[in-house]
Write a protein of this length. Structure first.
Length: 208
């Protein structure tokens, strides 16, 4: 049966968890094991090996996939994605705070990708705004249904709070209805973050 769709979005380049096909396109794929050990698992401060490995990684078409693979699988030894162990250490330390919208988009496209806590929260909020059911979110993220319900409930509160505080008018600027009616398109009021600070903190303390 033929399906007609208007969705012509290009397929995401993000690989699924079990998809290792990208490795065959790496420039280091056909290198001898001895050369790989010397270049990509070099001795500490071996600048010659590091420079040569970085030169290879810099031209590699799967550099980003290699980097993400090391982060997702907690591989801390060796050079991956053109970064040494020391250069990659800060990324490993804050991997759960990573927010890569290409990965969020890939998750919505049905790819089984590792999501950080921040990316999972972005997916949940977007799913709530789209009107998804907890069952659908649970299936997508492979979660327990009760956990998915809790995530959707938290997303509902977060979206409601965001809209409530964002819609507050700056009391120092009186509203002018006549001016608003003359404008062709009404633009949202840009409230400075400082204006919201005290009321937001008070509300959070009350909620706690």
């Amino acid at each position: 049966m033929r399906h007609i769709t208007t969705n012509d979005t290009p397929t995401s380049t993000i690989r699924g968890i079990a998809d290792h096909s990208w490795q065959a396109r790496g420039l280091c794929h056909n290198m001898l094991a001895k050369d790989i050990d010397e270049l990509f698992f070099h001795a500490a401060r071996d600048r010659a090996a590091i420079d040569e490995a970085k030169s290879i990684c810099g031209r590699c078409p799967v550099k980003k996939a290699c980097f993400n693979y090391a982060l997702d699988n907690e591989i801390r030894q060796g050079m991956w994605g053109g970064l040494t162990e020391d250069e990659r250490r800060p990324w490993h330390a804050r991997v759960n705070k990573r927010l890569d919208y290409s990965r969020v988009k890939a998750a919505f496209e049905g790819r089984d990708v590792h999501l950080s806590d921040a990316e999972r929260e972005a997916v949940t909020r977007h799913a709530y705004v789209r009107g998804w059911s907890p069952e659908r979110l649970a299936y997508m993220l492979r979660l327990d249904l009760d956990w998915a319900r809790d995530l959707m409930r938290n997303a509902a509160h977060a979206v409601a709070d965001r809209d409530r505080y964002w819609d507050q008018l700056d009391e120092t600027e009186p509203a002018d209805d006549e001016t608003a009616e003359d404008e062709d398109v009404a633009s949202p009021v840009q409230v400075p973050r400082q204006v919201q600070t005290h009321s937001l903190i008070a509300a959070l303390r009350k909620a706690a």
